[in-house]
Ligand binder design. Structure first.
Ligand code: GDD
Ligand code: MN
Length: 392
C-alpha cells in the first residue's frame, strides 16, 4: 500500500505549517471512543501548532464502535470516520487512514487511552522543530509502563533484542520500535510501499521510508480502563515474520546501512574492557583457589561475578562515559548494571549455541569455534548494550 506525495484532494498542505492527520485505529472500543475523540479534539483545538483532522478507522466492530464514532461527527467537525468492511488488521487500518488523510504530518494513536494524549503536543513540537519522525517512547527519560508483570516486560524486551539482531538498521534507530504512538512527515514516507503485515507499523515506516531526523518523547503506557487488548500469541509470530520479511526485502543496503553508524572507537574500548575482564576473572579465581581454598564451582561463579562488575564499571566510566555522565544517580547506574549483566548472560548462552553448532554440526575445531563464538558474543554484547543499557 502506497502513500501519495500529495493528499487525495490536494488541500491541507499549505506551505510549511503543520497539518496533522491523526489516525485512531479501533476495534471494539465502544466504551473509549467518545472520550478519546473529545480529549484529543480539545487538546488539538487549543494547540497553536497548526491544523488537524482526526480519522477513526474502525474494522466494522461488532460492538458498533463505528456507529458511535459517526454519531460524534456533528459535534466534532474535524472528525472523519472510516468503517472498513472488507479489510482487517491494525497496520492496514493505519495505512488506509493515512491514504485518506489530508495533512502533511501523519500520526497514529491508540483508541483506548493507553497512550497519554498530552504527549501529542510534545510530538508535534518535535516535528515542528524539524524531526521527520517523532516517536512516543517507553524507554527514554519520562517513559515507562505502569504495572506490567515481569513476564510481559521480559517478552517485550526479548522481542526488541531479537529485532536488533535481525534488523539492526531499523530497530537500532529508536528506543521503542514497538511504539504505536508516533508522527511522521508525509514527505518521509511518500511513495514508499508499506506492507500492512503485523501489528508494528512503525517498523515499516522506518524500514521503508526516508527518515532522517528522529525525535523521541518519553511516555508512560497506561493501563486499560475499558475494553480489552487484542494482542494474542499470533502477534508474536506475526512480529517475527515481519522482521524476517523486512530484512529480506530491504536487505542491509541502501537506506538501512546509511542509518547504521557503527561506533568503531566505542567498540574497541568495549573489547579492551572485555579483555581486562579475563585477567580479573583469572586473578580472582587464582586467589580464591589458593588463598581461601574455595570450591571450584563457587570460585568460578564468584570470579565471573567480579569480572562482570569490573567490566561494567569500566564500560560505564570509560566506554560509555559520555552517556552515563548524563544519568549519574545510583538508581540509574544500578539499572544499567542489571541490564548489562542480563545481556552478558544472554551472550554466554549465545556462545554455547554457536559453539555447539560449529563443533557438532559443521565439525569445526573446538578452539576455533570458541574464538568465533566469543567474537559473535562480543558484538552481540556491545550492540545490545549500546542500544539498551547506554542509549545514546
Ligand atoms: N482498525 C483496527 N483493526 N484497529 C485495531 C485492530 C484491528 O484489527 N486491532 C487493534 N486495534 C486497535 C485497538 O482498538 C486499539 O485502539 C489499538 O489498535 C491498540 O490495540 P490494543 O489491542 O489495545 O494493543 P495493545 O494495548 O496491546 O498495544 C498497543 O501498545 C503497544 C505499545 O506501545 C499497540 O498500540 C501497539 O501498537 C503498541 O506498540
Ligand atoms: Mn491497548
Amino acid at each position: 500500500l502506497k502513500i501519495s506525495e500529495l493528499p487525495p484532494n490536494g488541500i491541507g498542505i499549505s506551505g510549511e505549517s503543520i497539518y496533522l492527520s491523526l489516525v485512531i485505529p479501533t476495534y471494539k472500543e465502544r466504551d473509549n471512543i467518545k472520550n478519546v475523540v473529545s480529549i484529543l479534539s480539545q487538546l488539538l483545538d487549543e494547540s497553536i501548532l497548526g491544523n488537524y483532522e482526526l480519522i477513526v478507522v474502525d474494522d466494522d466492530s461488532p460492538d458498533q464502535t463505528w456507529e458511535i464514532a459517526q454519531s460524534l461527527l456533528t459535534e466534532y467537525p474535524q472528525l472523519r470516520v472510516m468503517r472498513r468492511q472488507q479489510e482487517r488488521g491494525l497496520s492496514s487500518a493505519v495505512i488506509r487512514g493515512w491514504q485518506a488523510a489530508t495533512g502533511n504530518v501523519l500520526g497514529v494513536i491508540d483508541g483506548d487511552l493507553q497512550h497519554p494524549p498530552e504527549v501529542l503536543m510534545q510530538l508535534l513540537r518535535s516535528v515542528e522543530q524539524g524531526a521527520d519522525l517523532a516517536v512516543a517512547s517507553r524507554h527514554v527519560e519520562g517513559g515507562g509502563v505502569s504495572s506490567w508483570s515481569v513476564v510481559r516486560r521480559f517478552l517485550s524486551r526479548g522481542a526488541q533484542m531479537l529485532g536488533l539482531v535481525i534488523l539492526p538498521g531499523v530497530l537500532g534507530r529508536v528506543s521503542d520500535p514497538m511504539s504505536g504512538y508516533f508522527m511522521v512527515r508525509r514527505s518521509a514516507i511518500a511513495n514508499a510501499t508499506l506492507n500492512p503485515v503485523g501489528y508494528k507499523i512503525l517498523l515499516e515506516v522506518i524500514g521503508r521510508g526516508k527518515v532522517d531526523q528522529v525525535a523521541e518523547v518519553g511516555y508512560v503506557f497506561r493501563e486499560r480502563k475499558e475494553g480489552e487488548s487484542k494482542v494474542t500469541w499470533k502477534q508474536y509470530i506475526d512480529y517475527i515474520h515481519h522482521l524476517v520479511r523486512l530484512r529480506l526485502s530491504t536487505g542491509q543496503g541502501g537506506q538501512l546501512s546509511r542509518n547504521v553508524n557503527f561506533p568503531v572507537g566505542r567498540f574497541l574500548r568495549f573489547g579492551l574492557v572485555g579483555f581486562s575482564g579475563v585477567f580479573v576473572d583469572l586473578t580472582v579465581f587464582h586467589l580464591l583457589r589458593t588463598v581461601i581454598h574455595l570450591g571450584l564451582t563457587r570460585s568460578t561463579i564468584l570470579s565471573a561475578g567480579v569480572a562482570i562488575i569490573n567490566n561494567f564499571l569500566w564500560n560505564d566510566l570509560w566506554t560509555f562515559g559520555d552517556i552515563s555522565q548524563r544519568q549519574r544517580n545510583p538508581h540509574q547506574r544500578f539499572k544499567r548494571f542489571l541490564k548489562f549483566s542480563a545481556i552478558c548472560l544472554a551472550g554466554v548462552i549465545l556462545q554455547a549455541l554457536i559453539i555447539n553448532f560449529l563443533y557438532n554440526v559443521l565439525g569445526i575445531n573446538q578452539y576455533l569455534g570458541k574464538l568465533i563464538a566469543i567474537a559473535v558474543a562480543t558484538i552481540w554484547n556491545f550492540w545490545v548494550n549500546l542500544k539498551l543499557s547506554w542509549r545514546v
